[in-house]
Design a protein around this ligand. Structure first.
Ligand code: GLA
Length: 401
């Protein structure tokens, strides 16, 4: 009897620690990360300025929360193995920086790697997972992006479960963002481990190109969204566990129509919205894309259903996403470079969503159509929609019950 009790006590104490922190990401996380714009040129000033601009630009009001330092903040481990930031880049230390970010009403994120080194060649967490988790908790970290460089002999599920358990034992609720580029099919197992997982390799700041980094490719926004295989992967995503097609390149140099299309499709995909531009030097066109609350509301919809590419008319893809309460978001995406005119006869469409188990039949119900970029009403679904789209652009609407 005594033995049985000990075993039961052991099992329950293990299970009390073997879990992720639940309900930290009931909608896709929103924030900013240093990598896409600053790469390794990052220091405490960059991060403070991003936090300041997040508030003053209205991004915080639009829902962005996390300020995340990506790679290259690391200095050396001390004689006991505890990690310290690079003293030249972060002279005031990470705790002071996290306090500053928190004082702005924002949350603070950091980056590490499951291997011996990060992709930028700084010390990784391998063999120091519990120590690093303790350090992050002590510093006041709220979000950890955990990368996959130098992972050759590691087991994906094992490595990410170890850091999950370490974070849990350290006791501070921290969002865990898995970044293993889809290599171990995280959609199949990571809902129990983290809150979001990358589905592909790295994004590159272009609409539809691929960029050769020598030993690996980075991918334009459209390539990423095609690689994410919407149809097969969307069923794995939902509140607290999201497919992550990588961070945003909005404001990093694409023309405004391409930025708008990139942002729209990320919102249709219930993707995490992690801005990657220089927030303090944001032109109004970039600002207006990143802070469009009606488009963001599609991404952040509490139903948490990832949208899908439903059909294609020549160069125009038609994307649907069901929303809470019976509305739907719809996005016409022109993948071609040429402008195009098209007609959309609602009465000929019956939309079935096998994941959400919902059906949309415009012969049964008429919806109002609201253009989410121009904020104008486009009539109702009882009349054929006639629209023109420039190349690499979208018409994104909300169908209102
Ligand atoms: C990998 C990740 C990127 C970024 C870099 C940093 O490539 O996928 O998002 O974090 O490492 O070195």
């Amino acid at each position: 009897m005594k033995k049985v009790l000990i075993v039961v006590a052991l099992i329950s104490s293990i299970s009390a620690y073997s879990q992720k922190f639940n309900k930290l990401a009931l909608t896709p996380p929103m924030g900013w990360n240093s990598w896409n714009r600053f790469a390794c040129e990052v220091n405490e000033k960059t991060i403070r300025q991003a936090a300041d601009a997040m508030v003053s630009s209205g991004m915080k009001d639009a829902g962005y929360q996390y300020i995340v330092i990506d790679d290259c903040w690391h200095g050396k481990r001390d004689s006991l193995g505890f990690m310290h930031p690079d003293p030249a880049q972060f002279p005031s230390g990470i705790k002071a920086l996290a306090d500053y970010v928190h004082s702005k009403g924002l949350k603070f994120g950091i980056y590490s790697d499951a291997g011996n080194h990060t992709c930028g060649g700084r010390p990784g967490s391998r063999g120091h997972e519990y120590q690093d988790a303790l350090t992050y908790a002590k510093w006041g970290v709220d979000y950890l992006k955990y990368d996959w460089c130098e992972s050759d002999n590691l087991n994906g599920i094992g490595a990410y479960t170890t850091i999950r358990d370490a974070l849990h034992e350290a006791g501070r609720p921290i969002v865990l963002s898995l970044c293993e580029w889809g290599q171990n099919k995280p959609w199949k197992w990571a809902a129990e481990v983290g809150h979001l997982w990358r589905t592909t390799g790295d994004i590159y700041n272009c609409f539809d190109c691929k960029f050769n980094n020598g030993t690996w490719f980075a991918w334009g926004a459209m390539k990423i969204i095609d690689m994410q295989e919407q149809d097969t992967l969307r069923k794995y995503a939902g509140p607290d566990h999201w497919n992550d097609p990588d961070m945003l390149e909005v404001g990093n140099g694409m023309p405004v129509n391409e930025d708008r299309a990139h942002f729209s499709i990320w919102c249709m995909s219930a993707a995490p919205l992690i801005a990657g531009n220089d927030l303090k030097e944001m032109p109004s066109t970039t600002h207006d894309i990143l802070t469009n609350k009606e488009v963001i509301a599609v991404d952040q919809d509490s139903l948490g259903i990832q949208g899908f590419r439903q059909s294609k008319m020549d160069s125009v893809e038609v994307w649907y996403k069901p929303l809470k309460g019976g509305d739907w978001a719809l996005c016409f995406l022109n993948r071609g470079v040429k402008a195009t005119n098209f007609e959309y006869d609602w009465t000929k469409q019956v939309i079935t969503d096998d994941v959400a188990k919902l059906k949309l039949d415009f012969n049964q119900k008429t919806y109002g159509i609201r253009n989410l970029w121009t904020k104008k009403t486009l009539g109702k679904t009882d009349k054929v929609l006639k629209a023109s789209l420039s190349g690499h652009d979208v018409l994104m609407v909300r169908l209102i019950k």
